[in-house]
Design a protein around this ligand. Structure first.
Ligand SMILES: Nc1ncnc2c1ncn2[C@@H]1O[C@H](COP(=O)(O)OP(=O)(O)OP(=O)(O)O)[C@@H](O)[C@H]1O
Ligand SMILES: [Mg+2]
Length: 232
């Protein structure tokens, strides 16, 4: 379960203070597949960054899997992030000098898995995203869609409980976008909770639930009333 109550996130630069999240309220039950939509600059990526423990927040409460995130120190936050969260970034964030295999290997090394276990996981996710034959290519030798699939494979290799995806199909044609969506649905059906930002209404419609974000707030009245949570 992911639960944010009145979360406030402010970005400060010398010139301007941006209230990127203002009283952000959302509850996502285990096993849900939630699509997040909203205009550019409304705070979608900010929400994912805070939800994914990549960034802190000023006030409000955030509970993830029963843990009060605001009370965790940096080490505990990093550990929670590494163990529970997979992240697919808006720009893939692949390391250009490393080949596909090694890109996926980096977060697994952080987790301390031995070489055999890492290889098993990497081969499995590459099979899943259809890139088994590209393990030794570097990112510049791959198409945009293939790079996106590497980013997805990297997020999945850790077998995360939560998968946070920022426009995972943004750079893909509609056929490839549908295939990625098929893959995400399959992963969700195996138990991973997914929160996906998308501009694509067709893909958003395939999620269990849509959450609309506007000016740093969730606009839906029922955002806190997860249908699955009610059933528990
Ligand atoms: N690191 C930062 N420093 C300062 N301001 C930031 C930073 N990151 C985001 N912002 C501001 O916070 C607001 C929300 O940005 P965010 O990236 O969350 O929007 P978004 O909904 O993901 O937009 P898009 O659909 O274009 O990706 C914007 O006004 C943006 O300029
Ligand atoms: Mg964004």
């Amino acid at each position: 379960m992911l639960e944010m109550q009145n979360v406030v996130k402010i970005y400060r630069t010398d010139l301007i203070e941006t209230h990127a999240l203002r009283d952000f309220n959302l509850r996502v039950a285990d096993g849900e597949f939630v699509a997040v939509t909203g205009p550019s600059g409304s705070g979608k990526t900010t929400f994912l960054n805070v939800a994914g423990l990549l960034e802190g927040f000023e006030s409000g409460s955030y509970r993830l899997d029963g843990k009060n995130i605001g009370e965790l120190d940096d080490d505990a936050r990093s550990r929670t992030r590494n163990q529970k969260i997979g992240f697919i970034f808006q720009s893939f964030n692949l390391i250009p000098d490393l080949d596909v295999f090694d890109n996926i290997d980096v977060p697994l090394r952080y987790r301390g898995f031995n070489a055999a276990e890492r290889r098993r996981r990497i081969e499995r996710v590459l099979e899943l995203v259809g890139l088994a034959s590209r393990a030794r290519h570097v990112p510049s030798q791959l198409s945009g869609g293939q790079q996106q699939r590497v980013a997805i494979a990297r997020a999945l290799a850790g077998e995360p409980r939560f998968l946070l995806a920022d426009e995972p199909t943004g750079n893909l044609d509609s056929l490839m976008a549908r295939q990625i969506m098929d893959l995400l649905e399959e992963i969700n059906s195996r138990g991973t909770t997914i929160i996906m930002v998308t501009h694509d209404p067709e893909l958003a419609n395939r999620a269990h639930r849509n959450v609309h974000v506007m000016d740093g707030q969730v606009t839906d009245f029922h955002a806190f009333e997860s249908p699955l949570a009610a059933a528990v």
